[in-house]
Design a binder for this molecule. Sequence first.
Ligand code: MN
Length: 348
Amino acid sequence: MVEQTALGLAARKFRPIATEEAFLIPEVVAAAAKRFEKGGSNSSADAHVFRLQTSGGEYAKDFNRRLLDLDEERLRIMDENGIDMQLLSHSGGIQGLEPDEAVPLAALANDRLAETIARHPTRYAGLASFAPQAPQQAAKEIERAINTLKLNGLIVYSHTNGEYLDEPKYRPVLEAAAAVNTPLYLHPRSPSPQMIAPFQPDLVLSIWGYQVDASLHAMRLIVSGVFDDIPNLRIVLGHGGEGIPYWFDRIDVRYQVSSLRRRKLKMLPSEYFKKHFTITTSGMNWSPVLKYCIGVLGADKIAFAVDYPYEETTRAVEGLLTADITDADKAQIFRTTSERVFKIRQAT
Ligand code: MN
């Protein structure tokens, strides 16, 4: 283990698990780059992200190097900052490919992830990728990734070809997630093609567009009634719940007076969120938001995340360490929530 900073030593006692930590396999980078070159992407903003990751500029070079590394710099940064484990997930790209390419690449990403965890079993756990554009095959891969590869959950990068998972064609995916009793991390992505235009040029990415799309996706799932149909479906949202907890009262009030409902739900929208959702602190290292979310959800519904390499590990660790909350809540958020939600079992 390398030398720890004072911050790292202070964090170390909480044995933090970071839960939205990205990696890439080169095969997906190559396939996505080829598709973007041909102009086949369904989102120009995703092309922009892949250009960032694969070419030019100091900022981009760091991302590319850090996303592909799983054995050196990543572990050193974790050690310096007192991070005990990263819950790894492949950083998108798969959903923009044709099904015949996406299905095997999702499986390959999961195989690599399982190999990486086997090399570093005390440092990594992982979320499995799948290709929603082939729902039946996605369901099979979910079953394999959890039951055979023993991964800890699932990740999806929001919309697929501009479609959201409440659409009936994606029901096999959600049923598979529930059948293996594992959470689905609903990761943001740039807005779907139907609504991206007014976000151009400045608001497409994580400054605003990502949370608009991810929160829309989560709200679509809630009002679709899918949680009445699949009672043990569980969702994880990053970025402090993508803003939704702040809106609970208004959403519930407007839901009750709206005559536009597709379907009457058994509970209020906020009650589904409290029952079925866990949120993480990725990119939201701000004490007022954390305190608010603890107040409305409870610390046991909140898990620590850095969003490595896109966010700075030091800033995330410092944000939670210095937050104006109790040590018991810090311990819950740094580690205990993740152990429960993602079934991470480590000998001490
Ligand atoms: Mn992320």
